[in-house]
Design a protein around this ligand. Sequence first.
Ligand code: HSE
Length: 307
Amino acid sequence: MEVIKIFCPATIANLSCGFDVLGVCLDSVGDEMIIEKRAEKGIRIKEIIGADLPLAVEENVAGVAGLALLEKLQPDFGFDITIYKNIKAGSGIGSSAASAAGAVYGINALCGYPLTNLELIEYAMQGEALASGAAHADNVAPALLGGFAFIRSYEPLDIIAIEAPEELYATVIHPQIELKTKDSRSVLKQTVPLRKAVAQCGNLGGLVSGLFLKDYELIGRSLHDEFVEPMRSLLIPNFDKLKQAAYDNGALGGGISGAGPSMFALSRGREVAERVAAAMKEVVANADYENEIHISAINPMGIKELK
Ligand code: HSE
């Protein structure tokens, strides 16, 4: 194979109670990337369409993740990368992760698939380190594995892929104000009281159990965040109203998508997810900034190869 074209999905990280340890892969939103082999070793970011992002390899998340993988694979050829960005930077739905995961997936494919998608995660995480200052895996892991991905441990890296219950749909609203992950990480307190940690453990256990048991009500009961939502929600316009509108219209639950400013709601069935989207739209009808709304099934396979 000399060239590969891929769909690089958006992802929702954290899912309320799983800060830095849980994420899910979306189906209807994502970037595209074309990665081509070339004779000269190394990586060149040839073009980025749809976003104003650096072309310099060491300053680009796809470049940095790709270089980390080249260190491991040592191919005697190089790669040209073209990125078609649809996921806006700073949206909270894994824009940098899509590029980092796409780069390592494409390079691995052009080298004959020596590594599994699970093994690629640690290289994609290097892109996240550049983008946010922290090598978190809760966007890159679901982007590469599909479904839900649960990070049991970072050192050593131990990641479990969880199949999504079939009727689960996500609604995501993206207020078009940029909130950099670096900035929304900087507002977080570094310690949490024991009673909050206990509640969070209960909810995270409940959410993971709900996914395995395909128990939609348990999933809904578990979507609470004691750690970051109280601080980060202050940075998101209309947060409480949007969340209430989601609940009032049948969502199982919801919260901040990744580091924000996007918000997500999970629902049982597309019809409910669409109703939630309409209700969210009404909440922001008079806002003086644009809002983008996505309704998506859960993507079971992550990055997809395109013809
Ligand atoms: N877990 C990360 C955070 C996700 O909340 O900062 C960023 O998309």
